[in-house]
Design a protein around this ligand. Structure first.
Ligand SMILES: C[S@@+](CC[C@H](N)C(=O)[O-])C[C@H]1O[C@@H](n2cnc3c(N)ncnc32)[C@H](O)[C@@H]1O
Length: 212
């Protein structure tokens, strides 16, 4: 993929982690890697989950599905691990047993996988607002085309952003693909990034993409 080397995320590491979070990354994360997953028809992917609030929501709302969350920012991965494990034993909490974590660039996961997803969620993708950074935007036509090939029959890509300029840019990128777009008024949980509302807009805009 042409854009494989262009970095679409900021930092991989942030402020120093607590001892518990460091332990979770070292000893618990390996059990969460998305290995030996079958195309069961019940797979959901969330790309760039931040601290993982919406991954947890997906897990609880879809107990029969496997939820794979992809996030290269290790402090976010640690935050999700901390929220889905028991504070004293570090054991996975029952309601989150269907979560798997890909702690890296999602493009590395998608390049080789044969997995097909019912839903692919991307909430508040990094907007990279400066013109010189536009090439870092993840949701370009090439990547959207790739996501389209990873959808199961009737699968959906759900995108939400409070950055209206990036939203319009994405809509334009979609026009270069064979995907169909619709613009439903969705109401979903507030993620950490939405709480910050860096773009100062009133409400996020949502876009659903399908293959037909
Ligand atoms: C603006 S944050 C939003 C986080 C979260 N979705 C929320 O709403 O709070 C965008 C996230 O996308 C992640 N990201 C950017 N490029 C990515 C990639 N290629 N693969 C996976 N995640 C990526 C970043 O690390 C960052 O955590």
């Amino acid at each position: 993929m042409e854009n494989q080397e262009i970095r679409t995320f900021g930092r991989r590491h942030g402020k120093k982690l607590s001892a518990r979070k460091q332990t979770l990354l070292e000893t618990v994360l390996p059990a969460f890697l998305p290995k030996n997953i079958k195309n069961t028809g019940n797979l959901i992917l969330e790309i760039g989950f931040g601290n993982g609030e919406h991954v947890r929501e997906l897990s609880i709302r879809n107990p029969e599905s496997i939820i794979i969350g992809a996030e290269p920012f290790m402090n976010g991965v640690a935050a999700l691990l901390s929220a889905i494990t028991d504070e004293s034993t570090n054991e996975i909490l029952d309601e989150y047993k269907n979560i798997r974590i890909w702690p890296d660039d999602v493009r590395k996961l998608l390049k080789d996988t044969k997995l097909l997803f019912n839903e692919i969620w991307i909430l508040h993708p990094d907007p990279w607002p400066k013109a010189k950074h536009e090439k870092r935007r993840l949701l370009n036509s090439e990547f959207l085309e790739l996501l389209g090939t990873k959808l199961s029959k009737n699968g959906q890509i759900i995108i939400g952003t409070d950055h209206y300029e990036y939203f319009d840019w994405i809509v334009n990128e979609v026009k270069k693909t064979a995907l169909y777009a619709s613009f439903p008024p969705l109401s979903i949980i507030h993620t950490r990034y939405q709480e910050k509302n860096m773009a100062q807009t009133i409400t996020p805009k949502y876009l659903i993409l399908t293959n037909q």
